[in-house]
Ligand binder design. Structure first.
Ligand SMILES: O=P(O)(O)OC[C@H]1O[C@H](OP(=O)(O)OP(=O)(O)O)[C@H](O)[C@@H]1O
Ligand SMILES: O=c1cc[nH]c(=O)[nH]1
Length: 364
């Protein structure tokens, strides 16, 4: 096992004692500094030690600052690091046995040398127990993954969350379980129209000469881009009318998919597209992007039929669905009104709005 060790000025003295101890035990280590008691910043050393563990250069780490608190907080910001701030031998052992901690953080101004060396021994010599503790550590990893996905999405230029106040207001009413089908349909259609404004933002304009009652002028008009709106049946239908209000010349294709309630995998049952789909800018509509299976399959189908320029417009997405579509179809822009928290065990978006198809058509 190779250890990484780092400290700030507050942990320097204790680190020297620990290094001597590691040498006497013939433990392999790499010292990432600091190398004197001159004032320095603990996050720098937390990062160096943490990255050496994540990269596989070292297996576990020891971090020391004045209290052990700041340096452990900094290390825990690195994905995959489980830094345990310990002040006694029992905690050091448990941090390994129960938490699979890969870093121990010690306070140079808190813990005496004798106890600190015993803590280091417990940290090095104790193995992770796994079992029920494995399940819990996996849950920690899931939390990291969730926030990482969200951060990646926020930075992803191909994922647009349309947060206009009108859309957010209407979305709140749509979500409400007391909103009936009629109002649900009307609001979904209105939101689709507002979202369409953003989805069509890149449409090309050209100069055309027109004559106002006063004089001639060069005005801007759409280049006559051909558009196809393709709802995923059933629920996607609820967004078509709103879009046609803004793009009345668009052709409408239909893709019929339903999610198998057991496997959550999409099952195709219908496909009818404009014959010149390959020349059209395609906007797929579906209120819900849950696991992403339906949207990803619809995009695959459209690509097989020759479509090249595809956008996906959904009302609500789960992070898992956005990730799945981005991975399967990195060329497709995704527009949503909100990215919700997560999927539940039945593949429904939480908090979501329930079953979109049933709420639109009143089938439940
Ligand atoms: O991202 P996914 O996990 O694939 O789930 C999303 C799909 O589920 C819903 O349709 P559903 O299968 O309920 O059919 P419906 O529209 O006919 O009600 C929704 O309208 C999407 O098409
Ligand atoms: O939350 C969800 C997930 C899939 N389909 C829906 O209609 N709602």
């Amino acid at each position: 096992m190779k250890l990484a060790i780092g400290c700030d000025h507050g942990g320097y003295e204790l680190k020297q004692s620990i290094l001597k101890h590691l040498n006497s035990r013939k433990v392999d280590y790499k010292d990432f500094g600091c190398f004197s008691t001159d004032s320095c910043d603990y996050p720098d050393f937390a990062l160096a030690v943490s990255e050496s563990i994540i990269s596989g250069e070292c297996d576990r780490g020891i971090l020391i600052c004045g209290t052990g608190i700041g340096i452990s907080i900094a290390a825990n910001k690195v994905t995959g690091i489980r830094a345990a701030h310990c002040t006694d031998v029992y905690s050091a052992r448990m941090a390994r046995q129960h938490n699979n901690a890969n870093i121990i953080a010690i306070g140079g101004r808190i813990t005496g040398e004798a106890i600190a060396l015993e803590m280091v021994d417990a940290f090095i010599d104790t193995e992770f127990e796994g079992g029920r503790h494995g399940k819990r550590v996996e849950k920690i990893a899931k939390v990291e993954e969730k926030y990482m996905i969200r951060r990646n999405m926020e930075m992803d230029e191909r994922v647009t969350v349309i947060s206009h106040p009108l859309i957010q207001h209407k979305l709140a009413i749509i979500r409400d379980k007391n909103t009936g089908s009629k109002e649900f349909r009307e609001l979904l259609s209105e939101v689709a129209m507002l979202m369409c404004y953003e989805v069509t933002r890149n449409f090309q304009l050209e100069d055309v000469e027109i004559e106002t009652p006063i004089c001639k002028m060069n005005a801007k008009m759409l280049t006559g881009k051909k558009v196809a709106i393709v709802p995923i049946l059933r629920a996607g239908l609820g967004m078509v009318d709103g879009m046609l209000k803004l793009v009345p010349a668009a052709k409408v294709g239909h893709i019929g998919l339903y999610r198998d309630p057991e496997t959550l995998k999409p099952v195709e049952y219908y496909c009818k597209l404009p014959t010149d789909i390959e020349e059209r800018e395609v906007i797929i509509t579906d209120p819900m992007l849950a696991t992403g299976g339906s949207a990803a399959d619809a995009i695959t189908l459209l690509k097989k039929k020759g479509a090249r320029n595809i956008k996906l417009m959904c009302l609500i997405a789960a992070p898992e669905g956005v990730k799945a579509v981005r991975e399967a179809h990195p060329d497709v822009d995704i527009f949503v009104a909100n990215i919700d928290e997560k999927l539940n065990d039945h593949g429904y978006i939480v908090p979501g709005l329930g079953d979109a198809g049933d709420r639109i058509f009143g089938t439940k």
